[in-house]
Ligand binder design. Structure first.
Ligand SMILES: CC(=O)N[C@H](C=O)[C@@H](O)[C@H](O)[C@H](O)CO
Ligand SMILES: CC(=O)C(=O)O
Length: 360
């Protein structure tokens, strides 16, 4: 059998250098021109349990990049979570400057490289220009995907307006899988997501799905039923994840998966194996934790403090206008967490002892 190199040249060149140059050009043209060609086979989909990361801040309120490496190690080693969604709602993105978001995204991508399966960077902003700049930047640093929230000061009033806005962000990173991030409780943007999806790939060729953080399960179900096989539809209301899975979610993205990721992976596995009782038992525990926390006051600052307490990583305060709550407030939520997710107690203890600081 002839190898490629030995095959007679059809172009008449005895050494066939022309052909080799042609193949070489095809292979390298994208890099030479600075344009990466989308390679669908290499795309990493949003599946499984994905942690929406908190942004580590110093006590003075500056971004603390030094904690990102240990944070990633914690997620992998203690929660078995290997995918992250950074600079989102949990990451306080809307309270950060564009420069801070770039520095954070860069560090998350750098430290996750070779360790994690997926890093999706949220690039939504109030200004189209800022979103475009962040989308371009996310492409440069090798993010596995970008997600965009709708602007919410001036809101789009129709699906077409929102689509056009998303298109103008997506074209700045045409090779990066693009996700619309629907979170009506925060943005107040109620455009049904199903209205966005019709023919969306014609407008946004890089469109790959939705991060759906709303509780309108009919809308979510219709997104799933009108989705294409290569899209990801991830559900983002942690306390009712089972309903999202029942509707056909391909994965889950949430803030609580930072500290109960391992349990939620068990929930997803139980669900997939048809063990509804076990799946529900885990879901109910999370509902009990969040129900308790919401009754006494649960916001991003409290959530972040809980993650600090559980992980032993000092993630710092939230940024103003959010504030840290008094210690007894967060301590009672930590105790509830420990009583529900018992097996974590020994870990917290040994982890903090190892660090030489007593937490409880
Ligand atoms: C509005 C918001 O931040 N939603 C998060 C993700 O989208 C969730 O992970 C929640 O933090 C979680 O479900 C607790 O309510
Ligand atoms: C939960 C989530 O996905 C976010 O923080 O953006």
């Amino acid at each position: 059998m002839l190898t490629l190199r030995e095959q007679p040249s059809s172009c008449g060149l005895t050494t066939c250098r022309g052909c080799w140059f042609f193949f070489w050009l095809i292979l390298h043209l994208p890099n030479i021109s600075g344009v990466r060609v989308m390679a669908p086979a290499a795309e990493r989909r949003m599946t499984g349990v994905i942690a929406a990361t908190f942004t580590p801040l110093t006590p003075e309120g500056e971004i603390n990049l030094t904690l990102i490496g240990p944070y990633i190690d914690y997620l992998i080693e203690k929660q078995n979570v290997k995918s992250i969604f950074v600079n989102g709602t949990t990451g306080e993105s809307m309270s950060l400057s564009v420069a801070e978001r770039k520095a954070l995204a860069e560090e998350w991508c750098l430290k996750a490289k070779g360790k994690m399966d997926l890093v999706v960077v949220h690039v939504g902003c109030m200004s189209l220009k800022d979103s475009q700049e962040l989308a371009e930047h996310a492409a440069q640093i090798g993010a596995d995907g970008i997600a965009v929230i709708s602007p919410s000061f001036f809101k789009p009033s129709t699906a077409d307006d929102l689509k056009e806005y998303l298109r103008q962000v997506a074209i700045k990173a045409p090779t990066v899988p693009f996700y619309y991030y629907h979170v009506p409780s925060v943005t107040g943007v109620k455009v049904p997501v199903r209205d966005l999806l019709h023919d969306i790939e014609k407008l946004i060729p890089s469109f790959r799905g939705v991060k759906f953080s709303g509780s309108d399960l009919m809308d979510f179900g219709q997104c799933v039923s009108h989705s294409r096989p290569h899209w990801s539809l991830v559900y983002g209301v942690d306390e009712q994840l089972i309903s999202g899975l029942a509707m056909g979610a391909t994965g889950a993205v949430g803030s609580t998966y930072n500290y109960i990721g391992g349990h939620m992976i068990k929930l997803v596995t139980a669900f997939e194996n048809g063990n509804q009782l076990q799946a529900r038992a885990i879901q109910f525990k999370l509902q009990e934790l969040l129900g308790f926390a919401m009754d006494i006051g649960f916001d991003l600052g409290v959530n972040k403090q809980l993650m600090s307490d559980v992980s032993g990583l000092n993630l710092g305060p939230p940024r103003l206008p959010l504030r840290q709550r008094p210690q007894d407030h967060t301590q009672s939520i930590l105790q509830k967490y420990q009583s529900l997710f018992q097996d974590c107690r020994s870990f917290i203890f040994s982890h903090t002892m190892m660090k030489g600081s007593l937490l409880m």
